[in-house]
Design a protein around this ligand. Structure first.
Ligand code: PLP
Length: 409
């Protein structure tokens, strides 16, 4: 539990916590949007840029080889972290959005035909909706949407009703960024496979909080963003089963993803994972992403999950008796997110007043407009937690909300 979590030692590793915001110590509750970086990650990226930088895979000189080794070693760190069978299954992409677009544009274009249907859920982030909508419109494919129960869990009956239509793809988030719901990926994946569907899971909000084993979950595609796992922006991962990736046509063309190029004979493509990695990648980002996962493992994933669970439960406890406060997302299994609204108070005004107290929360629709529409609200106030948050900060949040509400009503 949080008493045994080495919170002081962890906080000491985050330079941003030394600064003040509006003259107050920073309480950062916006890790679901992007997490701060520990020194281990900042230093890994800086060291690479200062001492080892070169383009990768192409040079015989020492720096090129060192850079290649560091980048490929980060890929293996990701492989081990996700328990993937091979580094051929680990693609470096720009982030979750990029990973989903890659699958839509390659697997989707190759496998979805007019009259087919695909299945999404009401709790998806726009990045797991819009690429599919764009493709669905182009290919004449129907999009089925699984609705939610009151507590923000998936409606299992509706899941089954849609499955009976035998969708070609079932795509859903592991953890909801707006509600915090943790979906039972293993069960839903098994059911989807039973009807022959391919499964893509958006892990953007899961990998920062939970141990994820793609082999055990048996998902076909799994994607996440480095900047939410205490790593840099502009880098993320798409995991795909080797047989699927192998069968998929390449997406972006250019250097690195080719085997041979000829005006006369055409182009042949590189082996996995390079077939999907055209051009010079975000080398320092990949290396620092590996360092971020190493850092999380050093803290211990179970300890991290436990600490954030304590914070989430405590936030529910201390916010619950604020007059007129409603929580959105009360699933029994939640990770790292508390979303709420207070009667008569606009979330934006509440967020602005909290900011004056040094407390960073996010307000708005959290890129889940279809969910907000269904709930009949414009958005929520969202506090999301990371390794560096404390129970005392959560108490500050509750006191801040009380104070702001008394001023705004
Ligand atoms: C559940 C979920 N999916 C996808 C994304 C998109 O991530 P990115 O902007 O890093 O591509 C986010 C970002 O907030 C998210 O929370």
């Amino acid at each position: 539990m949080s008493q045994s979590f080495p919170i002081d030692a962890i906080r000491a590793q985050f330079p941003v916590l030394n600064r003040e915001v509006h003259g107050k110590p920073l309480a950062y509750f916006d890790s679901a949007a992007s997490a701060h970086k520990p020194l281990a990650v900042i230093e890994a990226q800086a060291k690479y840029l200062a001492e080892r930088h070169s383009n990768i895979h192409r040079g015989v000189h020492a720096l090129a080889q060192e850079a290649t080794e560091a980048y490929e070693s980060a890929r293996d760190t990701v492989r081990a972290h996700l328990n993937a069978a091979s580094t051929k299954e680990i693609l470096f992409v720009a982030g979750t959005t990029d990973g989903i677009n890659l699958v839509a544009q390659t697997w989707g274009r190759a496998n979805l035909n007019p009259g087919d249907c695909i299945m999404l859920t009401r709790m998806e982030h726009h990045s797991n909706i819009v690429p599919w909508q764009m493709l669905a419109e182009e290919r004449g494919v129907e999009v089925l949407v699984v609705e939610l129960n009151e507590d923000g869990t998936l409606d299992g009956d509706m899941f089954e009703v849609h499955l009976a239509r035998e969708p070609k793809l079932v795509a859903f988030t592991h953890v909801s960024n707006a509600l915090g719901t943790v979906n039972d990926v293993k069960t839903w994946t098994k059911r989807a496979h039973d009807v022959g569907a391919t499964v893509l899971v958006d892990g953007a909000q899961a990998v920062p909080h939970l141990a994820v084993d793609v082999h055990d979950l048996d998902v076909d595609f799994y994607t996440f963003s480095g900047h939410k796992t205490y790593g840099p922006t502009g880098i993320g991962i798409l995991y795909g089963k080797e047989a699927l990736l192998d069968a998929m046509p390449p997406w972006r063309g250019g250097g690195e993803m080719i085997d041979t190029v000829s005006f006369e004979k055409g182009t042949t493509f590189n082996e996995l994972p390079y077939k999907f990695e055209a051009g010079t990648p975000h080398i320092s980002g990949g290396i620092a992403l590996g360092a971020s996962l190493d850092w999380m493992n050093e803290v211990g994933l179970a300890a991290l999950t436990g600490h954030e669970h304590v914070l989430t439960m405590h936030a529910h406890d201390v916010l619950a008796d604020i007059d007129g406060l409603t929580f959105y997302g009360t699933a029994p299994c939640k990770a790292g997110v508390v979303s709420f609204l207070v009667d008569g108070v606009h979330p934006y005004d509440l967020g602005t007043l909290l900011d004056q107290l040094g407390i960073a929360v996010r307000t708005g629709h959290h890129c889940t407009e279809p969910l907000m529409d269904k709930l009949g609200i414009p958005g929520t106030v969202r506090a999301s937690f990371g390794a560096y948050n404390t129970v005392e900060e959560v108490d500050r949040l509750a006191a801040g909300v009380r104070r702001a509400v008394s001023m705004l009503r």
